[in-house]
Write a protein that binds this ligand. Structure first.
Ligand code: SF4
Ligand code: SF4
Length: 409
């Protein structure tokens, strides 16, 4: 894989050693070998349990993976856990985790629709695990009233709020069933936190989903000019999950490079911008921190099982490897525990797909494909792998371009 920076310098990436070198150097012949897969019957690293309190949500975000538009996912439903379920979940957690300290994260739907149940679950968890348990909650922010914020912060609960940029961008997609935007409620919650808990501002997790990265320059400008938002830093900025029911386009290297170059030009003129800082940190994170090490003859495949650090428990009390893996692929339930043969079967299928595809792929070391891809057909994998390789090359270009311009921090 090679790139040319805007000043005309050419750099090549070598998969075997993870190096970037000057000029065109081809290492296409090097074959990447994965170590053989071994059957497993334990997950020793799990320390985080994501609990789907309810399938209900008060919003109808246009891109929601529970909108019914995603083939292998549920639609917005009615299920809610009960207090008995919470006790059963803690029994499962006790049996499942070897870790001294665990984390429980409340998820939905919108978990704050059932705030009393969330409070019950936190209080019960504290009773059972004392200081060895921590909590977080993922919320759309619309129900974060003052009393709830007070209680969650006083109980050391990490609050993760979705905010898709500034008003116009957020309200274009994060809407209720009548199409009304939810930005003002989120903003009010952030304003309350900033005013009454200034020391907590840095701990708020802000999740920003963008339907198009073309919006980021305007969002970045508006964010920095906003008297409240400028104090908050988005924790991550990401695009939409692929939805083949709506079609997923094969992206073009030159087009994506051009867009990212425009964003980089803006960043170069305004390197204190928090949104652009987060955006570029994420783009070049792999390249900046990559170890320069020879891959040798065989390497283990990084999979989400059995070395996963988290598990997802949905409102049906079924277990998923993570909240992002399609609902169709559950690996057990809290009563009977993990179905190890099912878990091994899923990994085997994923492993075979990677072995078949990845040996000569230039993106092998930085590829973000994961077990979520288990639901895709061969043709869908082809599209996603193409896009993954384009992004790997664009991010390498950005890294080299930023190095040449003196923009690496
Ligand atoms: S808040 Fe979350 S669960 Fe609710 S509609 Fe939006 S994306 Fe879906
Ligand atoms: S992009 Fe596809 S082929 Fe390349 S490493 Fe990732 S999964 Fe394998």
């Amino acid at each position: 894989m090679d790139i040319k920076t805007l000043s005309g310098n050419v750099y090549s990436y070598l998969r075997r050693t993870n190096e970037i070198v000057s000029g065109v150097v081809v290492d296409n012949d090097y074959q990447w070998n994965f170590s053989p897969l071994h059957a497993f019957s334990a997950m020793l690293e799990v320390e985080m349990f994501i609990v789907g309190i309810t399938e209900q949500c008060n919003l109808r975000c246009t891109y929601c993976c529970y909108s019914g538009a995603y083939e292998n996912n549920r639609s917005h439903g009615k299920r809610i856990l009960t207090s008995d379920d919470i006790s059963d979940i803690y029994d499962f957690i006790r049996k499942m985790s070897n870790k001294k300290h665990i984390r429980v994260s409340f998820y939905g739907g919108e978990p704050l629709l059932h705030y009393q149940l969330v409070q019950y679950a936190i209080t019960k968890g504290q009773e059972l695990f004392g200081n060895c348990i921590g909590f977080s909650i993922s919320t759309n922010g619309t129900l974060l009233t003052k009393d709830k914020i007070d209680w969650l912060i006083s109980n050391n609960v990490e609050i993760a709020i979705s905010i898709d940029g500034t008003r116009m961008f957020h309200n274009a997609h994060r809407v209720d069933a009548h199409g009304n935007g939810s930005y003002d409620n989120v903003y009010e919650a952030l304003s309350y936190i900033k005013h009454f808990y200034p020391e907590y501002v840095a701990s708020v997790v802000l999740q920003m989903t963008l339907t198009s990265y073309r919006d980021i320059i305007q969002i970045a400008e508006e964010w920095d000019n906003d008297d409240l938002l400028k104090y908050f830093t988005p924790s991550n900025i990401h695009g939409l999950s692929p939805n083949f029911a709506n079609g997923v386009e094969r992206i073009d290297y030159e087009e994506v490079k051009e867009l990212y170059t425009q964003i980089l030009d803006k960043y170069e003129r305004n390197m204190d911008n928090v949104v652009l800082n987060v955006f570029f940190d994420e783009c070049i994170a792999y390249w900046k921190d990559r170890p320069i090490v020879d891959a040798g003859s065989a390497v283990p495949m990084a999979t989400c099982m059995p070395v996963n650090t988290k598990l997802y428990i949905d409102s049906k009390k079924e277990i998923g490897v993570c909240e992002k893996v399609a609902d169709k692929y559950r690996i057990g339930n809290i009563k009977d525990g993990i179905d190890w043969s099912l878990a091994n079967e899923i990994i085997e299928k994923y492993y075979q797909q990677r072995v078949k595809r990845c040996r000569y792929c230039p993106a092998i070391r930085m590829c973000d494909m994961c077990l979520t891809a288990i639901e895709y057909t061969d043709e869908q994998w082809n599209v996603l792998c193409h896009n993954e390789r384009v992004y790997a090359r664009v991010f390498m270009f950005l890294y080299c371009e930023m190095a040449e311009r003196g923009l690496l921090k």
